[in-house]
Design a protein. Sequence first.
Length: 374
Amino acid sequence: MSLLPARLLHSRGKTTAAQYVAARHIDHTFEKLVSAHLPLVAAAPLVDALRASPEPLALPDLARRLPLRLHRRGALHFLRLFPRVFDLRAPLPLSLSLTAPAAELLAVAASPAAAAQTLHRLLAMSASRSLPVRAVFRVWRELALPDDFEDSVVSRHPHLFRIAPNPAEPNTHILHLVADPATEFTPAVEKTRPENYAFKLQFPPGFKLTKEYRKKVKEWQQLPYIGPYEVSNQKAMTSKRMSKVTRRKMEKRAVGIAHEFLSLTVEKMVEVEKFSQFRKWFGIDVNVRDVFLDHPGIFYLSAKGKRHTVFLREAYNRGRLIEPNGVSEARRKLVELMLLRRHGLGNANSNANVASGASADAREDASDLQEQEI
């Protein structure tokens, strides 16, 4: 059951998903947050390569290894925009490394025990207690896992995890939970529940709550559902003869799973496309984008930067995490370093900039950033 007002449902039927996301009620606090993260998101593969290297890397070698499509005006222009993060060094060929402050922030990581706990919870949400390694790898940053989690976490906890070849797809692997599936995890929503089965709601500023809408929300809040760590009857959930009540419970369970997944992430946000990879494994039989759009009091969906990014509303207050941790604070400070760009530095910060006679313009539009697979 959709909780959106009828006028919004009507408009969505006439537009594509992307058009609807762009046209619905905008929450500027979250939009600003997405804008601030865009440069770091675009540079993530490059940052990972530099972080893994003890020595500066030659720019031509990096260009051969990575698709440095960072900016419409070229990779060099992008790198010169952020001298507090990237250190370009002359003479030719230019070499590149992370600045000391950036490297220090990127070194902040979750503890091995915390990483293992996150993986355990993630697998416990899967009906089969297993997930594709490829899907987990695509969200290692969001979950604060090490990029070598297969070796540093999985192999060191054989009593919890096992990796095996995927029989359905050659050259891919499945991560299995070998621990007792009866292990009890308490979903994060239990910390903020106003009442049994209900979710904490924080509607966007200016959102009109009609009497009819309030009634639907109240009914939905009281609807029982199967929690993210509880085993569900998949056959009943996928039956074509599913009752209306069963379908509503199934949709509410999808909300519960999405809520728990976002609660596991460091910054309580993730790209919808990345979360969608887990849809089948979590037993979600509804469109995940619709789940986020239909519950604006729980989630916020942004389409800025040609990406759909979903936030857990209750985790934020005025654009800041209510319960930050060491990793989220380090990332926030790294984003702030990038937001400073060249302000107050001039061209003296980089020998490479002086040698080339280049100066970077600090005022760039988000559309100038190039999209690439991360």
